[in-house]
Design a protein around this ligand. Structure first.
Ligand code: NAD
Length: 289
């Protein structure tokens, strides 16, 4: 058996095409396009490739994009002031804070200053709370991308055993909420699950496996239940190549559906970030009228 590939790149291209058409339409009807502003602390961070791709994609779909690089010496107070002025600026639709932030910043405190109405990443505590209450509008893009790839399988998730490995607040926890919302039965595993030697037994019985850890080949192909949906969120550099957290070649022979790395969750995440920005633009400019 060879799994159906959950092609995130192809889905991302479809999303970008839809966004581009909508943005063209809004330019004509409301005379404006969304503007995404990215804030980064220090240039040339390890994430500069990701940041560059955001700019390129925004431009390709007709969205305005501005990258503000703040000096590494920027204080928390200065960063919060910068966020507050972007909140007040009516020309700005969405704000993205390039993470991880240097350790001197209190992440929860800083993100709570991003207006919930401009929070394209769904990381402000208000938007996170809404996710818990099933009353969400912007969801962290990586977890949305993982969910969308799971749904691409077309498998009915009702009552299915889902195992999420990784419980970070930007990926694992929001994805858990999205799966619960679809009535999957969700187990969340993390470092302690592995340390107690229990990871394998959870993976063995999972109909859906979503992994966001950051450890190459953590999940062995032989652990995967026949026919399972496997979504690999991890991004790791191994021997000069980008790989995920799942042993792809062996997992592919057992899974029913599997997302590759690269070409899976990654490209779809950026497209969904843009989609979040467009939804906020619609709230600010279209539904408000
Ligand atoms: P994190 O470091 O915040 O969380 C890691 C999680 O993995 C924690 O829950 C931790 O307990 C768990 N963990 C660590 N070692 C483990 C082990 N041996 N067994 C089981 N669980 C273990 O990471 P994060 O920010 O959620 O990112 C996770 C991965 O997802 C990284 O590889 C990151 O690069 C990737 N990521 C991808 C995208 C994307 O767009 N594709 C976006 C964000 C993060």
């Amino acid at each position: 058996m060879s799994a159906v590939i959950l092609d995130g790149k192809r889905r991302a291209d479809e999303v970008k095409k839809e966004l581009s058409e909508k943005i063209k339409g809004y330019k004509a009807s409301v005379g404006a396009v969304p503007k995404l502003v990215a804030l980064e602390i220090g240039k040339d961070s390890a994430f500069s490739v990701y940041v560059k791709s955001q700019g390129k994609i925004a431009e390709a779909i007709g969205m305005e994009y501005e990258l503000i690089s703040l000096a590494p010496s920027t204080t928390e107070k200065e960063l919060i002031e910068r966020i507050s002025s972007l909140n007040k600026d009516n020309s700005v639709t969405g704000i993205i804070l390039q993470c991880p932030l240097p350790e001197k910043f209190d992440f929860i405190k800083v993100t709570s200053f991003i207006s919930a109405d401009k929070d394209v990443e769904g990381i402000n505590p208000e938007n996170k709370g809404k996710l818990l209450l099933n009353a969400y509008r912007v969801v962290p893009p990586t977890s949305s991308a993982a969910m969308e790839l799971i749904e691409l399988s077309g498998v009915d998730l009702y009552g299915k055993e889902a195992v999420v490995v990784g419980h970070s607040s930007i990926v694992g926890k929001p994805l858990t909420m999205l799966l619960l919302d679809r009535f999957a039965t969700v187990t969340v595993c993390h470092i302690a699950t592995s340390e107690k030697g229990k990871l394998i037994e959870h993976i063995n019985r999972a109909d859906i496996v979503a992994v966001a850890v950051g450890k190459p080949n953590l999940i062995k192909g032989e652990w995967i239940k026949e026919g399972a949906i496997v979504v690999d969120i991890g991004i790791n550099s191994l021997d000069g190549k980008i790989v995920g957290d799942v042993e792809f070649e062996s997992a592919k022979t057992r899974a029913g559906y599997i997302s590759p790395v690269p070409g899976g969750v990654g490209p779809l995440t950026t497209a969904i970030l843009m989609r979040n920005c467009l939804s906020l633009f619609e709230e600010q400019n279209v539904t408000a009228q």
